[in-house]
Design a protein around this ligand. Structure first.
Ligand code: GDP
Length: 418
């Protein structure tokens, strides 16, 4: 059989401290079919995997290579959620269908994610399907950033795509990058916040000064960004009126708050296929999109009474099953944990069937393997093996503190800015 050195005994104080929750992002990628969601997801997993240190002990678990006998490479393709690590953050990518025909599935995924990256094709701009999913996300109050993909394609035009975001999505595009070179010659972007140029060469990128030839254009676009932000954000407006400019710091704070309130959308660009723009996209996702702590506590009912539960690992468990898949490893039930802690071996009450079931294994699905963890806490997204009857939409909770999670109230803002 397969043996590897075991990690040191699991410490007892392994619960994620509250601040660790601020480092979690539960994100979906919303895209029209063909906009490049699959390619982008793969590149994100590649880029984050490349920086991932294997065998490092964190949160009381150790990342181990998967037992070859258990290897289930197909799992990522069918995974409802894939986890990766970026710059000290855990990013869980929740699969979201790109087609309105899957309305219910989109609803379910919008329910468990806290923020999203909307992907558009730089040639086609905003397409009808994307408009529909955008409105669905609006109704759920899901904060979003936008990625205009395929800038390397013939006919790609960022400005036209931005205009279609403004017109078709009825939102204010806050464009934080300017492309360097067009179509085949698209090689990088100017970061309009830091006023530096990012150049990709093969799989790596470099930060350089903005080329002289692009300086005026970059300043002009920085100005447009500052004006748009000032119009949406009172403190930014004050600074803009007083100094007729906005500091990088004010811009960053305002962009986050405007993203959270949904008044505007940060727009980045790149080419997933050519590996350009992925790192700044991840940086923006982590900077502007909410953590589980920024999201309103979930509500549920218990014996007719409405109860709220905050994202607190010490609270009773409330987890929503949002997808069930059959794999070679077993029946996987994907869970979003909203409050409390779920441990391997726990008995949990299924509020759908009123049965108590036992948690066999808890898995974090990674790019090409899954990692067994001994617990998952509020804010986490994991897959559980051992639940025989739990169905998507059901709540799993502590048997002594039952709660059935309500669907989020549409039109209620989900997000509160702390
Ligand atoms: P999905 O349907 O949204 O998952 O899109 P895919 O990731 O499958 O991409 C659809 C097609 O667009 C594929 O042929 C990709 O190779 C291609 N594609 C994806 N990203 C890019 C890009 O940045 N540039 C170009 N030129 N093609 C891309």
């Amino acid at each position: 059989s397969y043996h590897r050195e075991r990690p040191p005994a699991v410490r007892t104080h392994t619960l994620q401290p509250r601040h660790a929750l601020s480092l979690v992002r539960n994100l979906g990628i919303l895209a029209h079919v063909d906009a490049g969601k699959t390619t982008l997801t793969e590149r994100i997993l590649y880029v984050t995997g490349a920086t991932h240190k294997r065998g490092e002990v964190h949160d009381g678990t150790t990342v181990t290579d998967f037992d070859p006998q258990e290897r289930d490479r197909g799992i990522t393709i069918f995974a409802a959620a894939v986890s990766c690590d970026w710059d000290g953050h855990r990013v869980n990518l929740i699969d979201t269908p790109g087609h309105v025909d899957f309305f219910d599935e989109v609803e379910r995924s919008l329910r468990v994610l806290d923020g999203a990256i909307a992907v558009f094709d730089a040639v086609a701009g905003v397409e009808p399907q994307s408009e529909a999913v955008w409105r669905q996300a609006d109704r759920h109050g899901v904060p979003r950033i936008a990625f205009v993909n395929k800038l390397d394609r013939a006919g790609a035009d960022l400005d036209t795509a931005i205009a279609s975001i403004r017109e078709r999505l009825h939102t204010v595009p806050l464009v934080v990058q300017m492309p360097i070179g067009q179509e085949d010659a698209f090689t990088g972007v100017v970061d309009l916040l830091r006023m530096t140029a990012l150049h990709w060469d093969g799989g790596t990128y470099e930060r350089r000064p903005v080329p002289d030839a692009l300086r005026d254009e970059a300043l002009r676009r920085r100005r447009i960004l500052e004006e748009a932000v000032a119009e949406l954000h009172p403190e930014a407006l004050e600074e803009f009126c007083a100094t007729s400019t906005l500091s990088e710091r004010t811009l960053a704070t305002a962009l986050r708050e405007v993203t959270m309130s949904g008044e505007g959308v940060v727009v980045l660009c790149g080419s997933a296929y050519r590996d350009r723009g992925i790192e700044p996209l991840l940086e923006a996702a982590v900077a502007y999109l909410p953590s589980p702590l920024d999201v309103r506590p979930v509500r549920g009912t218990h014996g007719g009474a409405v109860e709220e539960r905050a994202a607190d690992p010490a609270a009773p468990l409330a987890a929503l099953a949002f997808k069930v898949t059959a794999t070679a490893t077993g029946r996987l039930t994907y869970l979003r944990v909203y409050s409390g802690t779920i441990r391997k071996g726990d008995a949990v009450l299924d509020t759908g069937t009123h049965r108590t079931e036992r948690v066999g294994r808890i898995l974090r699905v990674q790019a090409d393997r899954h990692e067994d963890v001994d617990r998952a806490v509020a804010g986490d997204i994991v897959a559980v093996i051992g639940l025989k009857t739990a169905r998507p939409g059901t709540t799993l909770c502590t048997p002594s503190a039952p709660l059935a999670l309500e669907p989020p109230t549409v039109a209620d803002p989900v997000v509160s800015v702390a």
